[in-house]
Design a binder for this molecule. Sequence first.
Ligand SMILES: *Cc1c(COP(=O)(O)O)cnc(C)c1O
Length: 368
Amino acid sequence: MNKIPILDLQPEIQFLRDKLNAAFQDVLHSGQFIMGPQVKALEAELADFLGVKHAITLNSGTDALVIGLRALGINEGDEVITTPFTFYATAEAIQHVGARTVFVDINPENFNINTETLEEKITDRTKAIIPVHLFGQAANMTSLLALAQKYKVKIIEDVAQAFGGTYRNKMLGSIGDVGCFSFFPSKNLGAYGDGGLLATNSDEVAEVAKMLRSHGSKRKYYNELVGYNSRLDEIQAAVLRIKLPYIQEWNDKRRQAAAYYSEALRDIRGIQVPQEESYGKHVYHQYTIRITNGKREALKTYLEDQGISSMVYYPTPVHKLPIFEDVHESFPASEQAAAEVLSLPIWPNIQREIQDRIISIIKDFIYR
Ligand SMILES: *Cc1c(COP(=O)(O)O)cnc(C)c1O
């Protein structure tokens, strides 16, 4: 039997092959590889799609977070609140600008930052909160915006896993002061290389972000800030322009695949299927179950032995990573999630037969 990867991009690449080849040829013929017409058109299309004033393409999602923090004026001595149950880059960006990362545990139901325990972590040094819309599901933006207003702090949404997801009918990434997206190939809207995006409605933030992506300059060879080289290239922009028109349909197909898994796995003891919050549209970057009987590793191995890939996002909560060795606090919900979660194969056109095979292997494991 064929091996099943956690994500299969080949069906999408086959489907888009002619369009991709034509676009590659166009870019090659244009001879413009950086900051050309593809990037310009993509930025307009993304701003329109997300409903924001400015969509600024960048080299990566990590750079979007760093540049977002800097464009909001966050630096040494400041504190930024985020979740320890995320990809390391979220906290890494905070450390990068010299600020201190302050962790708030997750809500075990949706894996997102717990807005009920967040307030007690706000001090006069707190300048921003970074909610991560983990696995494709929105954090509680109503509570976050209320806290932001009360304490005059900024909200930076980490939307790396949730392109096209919504919160109360608004696009994620368009709600806070800044939205930071990743176009890493495995993300819901992925390039075929690295890429990222900063979305904002603020003219000032947009101006600084644009400077920071090009060595801190507004015009060539007149550099005003210590910036970065963080531009998206024309080839990746062309790829993203081809994929953007399909993203809603692809996200809906991910939702259908997720519903199919949940229907089959819901009533199995020892397994908890993902919970969908009624306030938004989950776009299932990952389909993540919990194995609550302590046998997560055994199930992962059992699947692996039968050719099924599964992944643990994330095995070590960020506060337990070496750079945070001075953080002695514990975050029990994050630690429990790290011990229980298992992400199963999902992509927009995953075949039902593949899902059936995975479901039956999981049932075998539980009931054997
Ligand atoms: C992927 C990801 C990032 C970083 O994006 P890159 O484009 O890989 O730099 C940041 N935060 C989260 C939650 C991610 O999943």
